[in-house]
Design a protein around this ligand. Structure first.
Ligand code: SAM
Length: 300
């Protein structure tokens, strides 16, 4: 993965960890309990995707040989410091497409001879057209799983990051200039939503085909504003579960992908949602899903 991207990822992770965390306790209890169960019931060494610094991952429950995967170059060391566990690690981009997106955005946003930013509407539109043809296919993850065949995979709050990383990648290429236009339906924004949907669908496709036991936690929705909010009884789509007296500004970090439908042949054995106040005025609807393995037990 390009160094500029990994450095930026590391910076974002530090900013994430530096936030005021006392209000995170209910989220951390819920996510650690869910991922902890996944590790306790793991069929052999597990694979933890989006392992980060292990804030959400109770590594003491992980079977020996459990592998962490995170593109942040500091994630493994931070996990060692937090958990005293030097786990085998993969540092690659889970989408398999960020490098290509970065190269495409650089080519479009900067003049090749001077490196000067072309902060024009035409450059944004051209990039939007090119992004539509990019295909983040999760190739590194597919290859790794085909070779190692993990019996249990945990996706630890990473899937909702794919779209955010894509946006930041494009913004970095425009180096401080906004790539967004003031049009109601910004073409670049729409193209990146498409990119995100393809990345999430490919990622889930690889997980679904792995045959492994799956424990998935992700941002199902992100809500902005100061409205008082709660969750009603389980309902689909996720927006139907929200209870608020005022209209909400909701974003879908998964680009419109319905996780349950993206895993054909699998039905969720456990399905849970909760609210996480990440910062004042920013609430995430978290979703945890457990899917039983379809492949043979690697231990037997
Ligand atoms: C919200 S944090 C999850 C925190 C983590 N589960 C923990 O317990 O610390 C998302 C993590 O996903 C990683 N990440 C984001 N996009 C990624 C990508 N495309 N490939 C690999 N890792 C990625 C980030 O570096 C970050 O550590």
């Amino acid at each position: 993965m390009d160094r500029a991207l990994t450095t930026a990822l590391a910076r974002e992770q530090r900013a994430f960890l530096g936030r005021q965390r006392p209000a995170w306790a209910p989220h951390l209890d819920a996510v650690r309990s869910f991922l902890g169960q996944g590790l306790r019931e793991a069929r052999g060494p597990a694979l933890v995707l989006g392992a980060g610094s292990g804030l959400e991952v109770p590594w003491f429950l992980a079977p020996p040989g459990t592998v962490g995967w995170d593109a942040d170059p500091w994630s493994r060391v931070l996990t060692l410091l937090r958990h005293r566990r030097w786990a085998p690690w993969v540092f690659q981009d889970l989408t398999g497409g960020l490098d290509e997106l970065w190269a495409t955005a650089l080519r479009t946003a900067r003049q090749p001879w001077s490196g000067r930013v072309r902060a024009t509407r035409a450059a944004s539109r051209r990039l939007a057209g090119l992004v539509a043809s990019l295909d983040p296919s999760a190739a590194p993850l597919r290859a790794w799983i085909a070779e190692r065949r993990p019996g249990t995979i945990l996706a630890a709050n990473v899937m909702g990051q794919f779209g955010v990383q894509a946006q930041r990648t494009v913004e970095r290429a425009f180096r401080g200039f906004s790539p967004w236009t003031d049009e109601e339906e910004d073409p670049l924004d729409a193209a990146l939503r498409g990119w995100t949907a393809r990345a999430v669908a490919a990622f889930l496709g690889v997980l679904g085909a792995s045959g492994a036991d799956l424990w998935l936690v992700h941002d199902r929705g992100v809500l902005f504003g100061d409205a008082t909010l709660s969750l009603g009884p389980p309902a689909e789509p996720w927006t139907a579960q929200l209870i608020s007296e005022v209209p909400l500004e909701a974003e879908d970090p998964l680009g419109g992908v319905d996780v349950l439908r993206a895993l054909p042949g699998r039905s969720a054995e456990r399905h849970q949602r909760w609210l996480w106040t990440v910062a004042p005025g920013q609430v995430h609807v978290m979703e945890a899903l457990r899917f039983r393995a379809t492949g043979p037990d690697p231990e037997s």
